[in-house]
Design a protein around this ligand. Structure first.
Ligand code: ZN
Ligand code: ZN
Length: 286
């Protein structure tokens, strides 16, 4: 039988050693064994090296000091911060995204279903152990959650991780989760409902053009109106194929006379409006 995950906390190394002696005695009386190879010590401090007096032993064997340790799924680090834990949550969240994509036919699922899958499969592993750390969480420290959130979205679109996250999130009207801050664990808040609405914004495109739409947005839509084929980023000699303007900027759509003339709102083109452009272009080419 294993009795796992015992932790002893002390303010100094002498008290800790005394506690280890007590543990030795307790284990002797109760016929228990400690696996000294798996036993690690951590000294929480603001900086600097270990002192020569930082030695702990159990049954005459020395206990190894480590700079970080995963205890009950939470990564502890000697400087006391939570960065290491948040980094591991990001990896776990992204691994869960990959697992979701391998188990479910995402390309056939609605955005609403993706939100629900995210909530049940990804959210728990990507936020594990954060509740007691609530007061330390800031929007900045939660930026990793936006990375996980947009990774799930990219998998749903079927596009690579290198595309622009911000324009993809905007395309489906999702708020970056890093805005959550420590309201993340308020009672009654279901982050996926609040930050990942399921709107029907993509409905006309979902069936046939999801991947193409994802790529357009992931490339900040430049590809759509650049006259050069397969051009994804504005370059000095790019020309708008809608209105003929040369040297187009990433914000060109807001000023494009042809686009404004087509009746679309240029301030924030939605997917539906992009769909209009595409059909107009296709019509013109025929
Ligand atoms: Zn271009
Ligand atoms: Zn133009």
């Amino acid at each position: 039988m294993y009795a796992d995950d015992l932790a002893i906390i002390a303010h100094d190394v002498t008290t800790m050693q005394a506690a280890l002696y007590s543990l030795e005695t307790y284990c002797l009386i109760n016929s228990l064994q400690v696996n000294i190879q798996k036993t690690k010590a951590m000294k929480f401090r603001l900086g600097g090296r270990l002192s020569k007096r930082d030695i702990l032993t159990y049954k005459g064997q020395s206990v190894e000091f480590v700079p970080r340790f995963v205890y009950l799924g939470v990564t502890f680090q000697t400087a006391g911060g939570i960065k290491a834990h948040l980094n591991s949550l990001q990896s776990k969240g992204i691994a869960s995204c990959a697992k979701m994509a391998s188990r479910f036919p995402l390309s056939k699922m609605s955005l609403n279903t993706l939100g629900r899958l995210f909530h049940s499969m990804i959210w728990p592993s990507a936020t594990y152990g954060l509740k007691p750390l609530r007061s330390k969480l800031t929007p900045r420290s939660l930026e990793y959650l936006t990375i996980v959130q947009s990774r799930a979205l990219k998998m749903w679109f079927g596009i690579s991780k290198y595309h622009s996250s911000s324009s993809l999130l905007a395309a489906v009207d999702w708020t970056p989760m890093s805005r959550l801050g420590n309201e993340i664990f308020l009672e009654g808040v279901t982050p996926t409902d609040t930050y990942m609405p399921s709107g029907d914004i993509l409905t006309p495109l979902v069936a046939t053009r999801r991947k193409a739409v994802g790529k357009w947005y992931g490339n900040k839509l430049h590809e759509l109106w650049c006259s050069k084929p397969f051009c994804f980023k504005p370059q000095p000699n790019c020309t708008c194929r809608l209105c003929g303007t040369t040297n187009i900027s990433p914000q060109h759509l807001g000023k494009c006379a042809w686009f404004i003339g087509s009746g679309c709102d240029p301030s924030s083109p939605t997917v539906k409006e992009i769909y209009v452009i595409v059909s107009l272009l296709e019509h013109r080419n025929h």
